[in-house]
Ligand binder design. Structure first.
Ligand SMILES: NC(=O)c1ccc[n+]([C@@H]2O[C@H](COP(=O)([O-])OP(=O)(O)OC[C@H]3O[C@@H](n4cnc5c(N)ncnc54)[C@H](OP(=O)(O)O)[C@@H]3O)[C@@H](O)[C@H]2O)c1
Length: 325
């Protein structure tokens, strides 16, 4: 499918991706993991979208049997423990270029139609949708959230901020936003009376007491030097609770067997999002249940990548940078 890129989220850690310490990339390539786009042309065997449709590109290409890639980005799912396989290498050879571009050629599997998005007043703001969907997939992996107490660890980041918005829109009784950045926590608290905040102290026991008790904890942290904040979230769970991991923590977790068993806890991972979740989150936005006005939007163009990467690195919390080519 050929698309005209309307806006693409520039993740806060994009500079780390281009400097090479977030995993290998098949270079040279055009980066860009996701965008909002208008379809301009489709191959004859494409039936789920048509020229003129507004779509989200999720970049996730799934070969089945565990081999998945993100087109134009780092991150390999499934087998090979993140290092990839001969098959993901072949997939990346064919589908290499991402969507930080004016126009892009996309695999049909990566595009999900957003019915009615042609009339959404601010397509650049909609480019935050993929992050909301990643957060939603993680939260919904713990079951229905209505009336439950939810904590988001790393809520001061973009994925965490997205998770707070989704948890509120999904009917959580309370959402405890957990992070270090006080200004970002204060901003989250302004979202409404169901939001509580806890500022991380670095002390696992104190943090667990400040976070919980909760039914669901979602870990959206970036790379941390220890697993203490994640384990504080584990400790904060009520009996029968679920901890879902979606962040960038590259630490091993020491889970006490007897404790997990006796407290009937669930520990889950979640990676990217499925198409059903994209539709669910888009419907939340479309219906007004989730208002993107809460998220600050900064835009950049294609002409000055270095400045754009610097701005993205500084932009986190309930704010994000969108590339509008
Ligand atoms: N599972 C998936 O499908 C998926 C998809 C996309 C991204 N991710 C991962 O999600 C992670 C977060 O993404 P993002 O866009 O939210 O990034 P981000 O905006 O940079 O947020 C990073 C978060 O991590 C916190 N943090 C960083 N270093 C910390 C430390 N040493 N101690 C405590 N907290 C620390 C930050 O806290 P403060 O702001 O309070 O300092 C912030 O809340 C990324 O690393 C990425 O790998 C996963």
């Amino acid at each position: 499918m050929l698309v005209e890129v309307l806006a693409a989220h520039l993740p806060a850690y994009t500079k780390m991706v281009v400097t090479g310490n977030r995993g290998g990339l098949p270079v040279p390539l055009t980066l860009g993991p996701s965008c909002i786009a208008r379809v301009t042309d489709v191959a004859p065997d494409v039936f789920h979208v048509a020229p003129g449709d507004v779509v989200v590109d999720t970049s996730r290409l799934d070969a089945g049997d565990g081999d998945e890639i993100l087109v134009g980005w780092v991150g390999l799912g499934g087998t090979g423990t993140g290092t990839g396989t001969e098959r993901t290498d072949r997939m990346r050879t064919v589908w290499r270029d991402g969507v930080f571009a004016e126009r892009a050629l996309c695999a049909k599997e990566t595009l999900v139609k957003l019915p009615g998005a042609e009339n959404y007043p601010d397509p650049a703001r909609l480019s935050f949708l993929p992050w909301l969907c990643i957060a939603a997939s993680g939260l919904h992996a713990a079951g229905p959230l209505t009336g439950r107490d939810v904590a988001v660890i790393g809520a001061t980041g973009q994925l965490g901020g997205a998770a707070v918005l989704v948890a509120l829109a999904s009917g959580a009784a309370t959402v405890t936003a957990v992070g270090r950045n006080k200004a970002a926590l204060d901003r989250l608290a302004e979202l409404g009376p169901r939001v509580r905040t806890h500022r991380l102290t670095g002390d696992r026991a104190a943090d667990a007491a400040g976070i919980g008790p909760v039914d669901v904890a979602l870990d959206t942290l970036g790379a941390t030097p220890t697993a203490d904040a994640t384990m504080a979230a584990y400790d904060s769970l009520r009996r029968g609770g679920t901890l879902v991991l979606v962040g960038g923590v590259r630490q091993d977790l020491t889970i006490p067997y007897g404790d997990l068993m006796h407290r009937r806890l669930t520990l889950r991972g979640s990676w990217m999002s499925d198409n059903q979740t994209v539709t669910t989150v888009w419907n939340m936005i479309r219906s007004g249940l989730l208002d993107l006005a809460a998220v600050e939007l900064l835009t950049v163009a294609l002409d000055d990548p270095a400045t754009a990467l610097d701005l993205a690195e500084r932009t986190t919390g309930l704010a994000f940078v969108a590339l509008v080519p």
